[in-house]
Each structure stands twice: as structure tokens, then as C-alpha cells.
Design a protein around this ligand. Structure first.
Ligand code: BTX
Length: 249
């Protein structure tokens, strides 16, 4: 139970030893009218990434979904993806792991040129254009997981692998949720906090958008999460939802 996990979180917590997907469970809770609930699991048997990709979620991770009902228009929802990236980065740094953020939703650990994936974030929502009904932010942290048990092609890492010893998941999760709770209530501070941890700004990047690739220097981020790129033909603003791939060039 959540009590065994021992969390003193600013949300009510529903804990599962094993569940198909915390996001799927949180969506079901949303349909029942619930809010301000965190679904947390030690293991997921059907974890999902973006575009229906698999998210490997062996026992030992921190797999969680936050369900809440912010009073914002749909177009502002990407700010919660950025907020969760900031929250998890801060919690990781407090645990001694120098995580940073790659726009829009990757939290990784850099070793020279190499980038290792530590976290996956999947935000889902429903509502009307002028007001969301609910938001589910799914955060998957490779906490006490052996990277050898994760798909190789993503160049995965984990908190325990980076630290050389297991992390206290209770403390880590509590810090993550406290940070997220504070950021979701004051979204104006999210963009500035995000800039502090971003590896993306100042880099030459190429982004695939529905309108075709955009290439240039990533110069800034704008509320609620768009990336500003200086290209040869002028300034382009790419919204987080539009973009599938960002890569350095
Ligand atoms: P994504 O689409 O950016 O990344 C998915 C890709 O990442 C996969 O195709 C695979 O290559 C790689 N991958 C899979 N598992 C891992 C892992 N554990 N560590 C590193 N790389 C991996 C990112 O999707 C969004 C993931 C959200 C996961 C959370 S966990 C709690 C919640 N419940 C749920 O079902 N999803 C979210």
C-alpha cells in the first residue's frame, strides 16, 4: 500500500506493486471524476511511451502518474511536461545525479558527447480548447534499475547506475512530487527554471515538424513550452506538441 511506501506527498497516492500502466489507471480515475491523485507502481507490465511505444518498467523504478485538473486552456498544457522535467531533474540532482533536460521532454545524463536516457515523460489530457478537464503527467524514472535490463538503443541509464548505489525511492519520489506541486501552481516560474537545466539552448538543432524540418540555433524557450530557433531565413517558434525529434547537428 501507499502507507508501506511511506510517502508524505502533496497528493493522495495509490500504490501498486505491479500494474499494466499508471497512466492508463490515472485516465480511468479521471473518467470517474477523481483529481489530485498520484498512481505509483514498482513495476509496470504495459508501460507506454509516446506514439504508443513501449516503456520498459521493471521492478525498482519510480513509475508514476499525476492526475490533476488545472484551470488552464488546452494550449497551456505543455507547460506541465516542462514542469515535470524540472521537478525530476531537481530531485535527481539532490540524489547526486547531474541530470539535465533536452527539449521538450527528455531528462538525461551527459557524459561528454554521449547522452543517456534517465527519464521518460508522457503527458495526456482531455477537455475543451478554453479549459482542460484533466491532465495526466506520466513520469518514468529509471531509479534502482539495471540499465542492462532496458532497451539498448535508447542508451539508458538509471539513478543507481549513476550513483553506484541505490537511491532512497521514498525520498526521491517525495521531492519530485513536492517540486511538481509547487511548479504546477505557479507555471510562470517553470520556463525560467527550465532554462537553468536545459542542454538545448545555444545548440545547433534540427527539429522535424509537420511542416518539415527546421534547422538552426536553439536560442530560447517560450511559455508554455515552445522552442525558438534562429534559422538562416529568420526566427521560427516550434511548439512542443508539434515536434517529434530534436537532434543536435
Ligand atoms: P518516448 O516515446 O520518448 O520513449 C520511448 C522509447 O524509449 C522506447 O521506444 C525505447 O526505445 C526507449 N525506452 C523504453 N523504456 C525505457 C527506459 N526504461 N529507459 C530508457 N529508455 C527506454 C517517453 O516515451 C515517455 C515514457 C513515459 C513512461 C511513464 S512511466 C509512468 C507512466 N505510465 C506509462 O505507461 N507511461 C508513463
Amino acid at each position: 500500500s501507499a502507507v508501506e511506501y511511506g510517502l508524505d506527498a502533496p497528493f493522495s497516492v495509490e500504490y501498486h506493486d505491479s500494474i499494466p500502466s499508471t497512466n492508463a489507471r490515472a485516465r480511468d480515475l479521471a473518467a470517474e471524476g477523481a483529481s489530485d491523485i498520484v498512481v505509483l507502481a514498482d513495476e509496470q507490465t504495459g508501460g507506454r511511451g509516446r506514439l504508443d511505444r513501449d516503456w520498459h518498467s521493471p521492478s525498482g523504478g519510480v513509475w508514476l502518474s499525476v492526475l490533476f485538473r488545472p484551470d488552464v486552456p488546452m494550449a497551456h498544457a505543455p507547460v506541465f511536461t516542462l514542469a515535470s522535467a524540472v521537478a525530476v531533474t531537481r530531485a535527481a540532482r539532490e540524489a547526486g545525479v547531474e541530470a539535465s533536460i533536452k527539449w521538450p521532454n527528455d531528462v538525461l545524463v551527459r557524459r561528454g558527447e554521449e547522452e543517456r536516457k534517465l527519464v521518460g515523460i508522457l503527458t495526456e489530457m482531455e477537455g475543451e480548447a478554453d479549459r482542460v478537464s484533466w491532465v495526466v503527467v506520466g513520469i518514468g524514472v529509471n531509479a534502482n534499475v539495471d540499465p542492462a535490463d532496458l532497451p539498448d538503443e535508447a542508451n539508458p541509464t538509471s539513478l543507481s547506475a549513476e550513483r553506484g548505489e541505490p537511491v532512497d525511492r521514498r525520498l526521491f519520489t517525495q521531492r519530485l512530487l513536492e517540486e511538481f506541486d509547487s511548479l504546477r501552481q505557479d507555471t510562470e516560474q517553470v520556463v525560467e527554471a527550465w532554462r537553468e537545466y536545459a542542454t538545448t539552448l545555444g545548440q545547433q538543432v534540427r527539429v522535424e515538424t509537420p511542416g518539415g524540418p527546421i534547422e538552426g540555433e536553439a536560442v530560447d524557450i517560450q511559455f508554455p513550452g515552445a522552442l525558438v530557433i534562429e534559422t538562416e531565413s529568420g526566427t521560427e517558434v516550434v511548439s512542443a506538441g508539434d515536434c517529434e525529434h530534436l537532434r543536435p547537428v
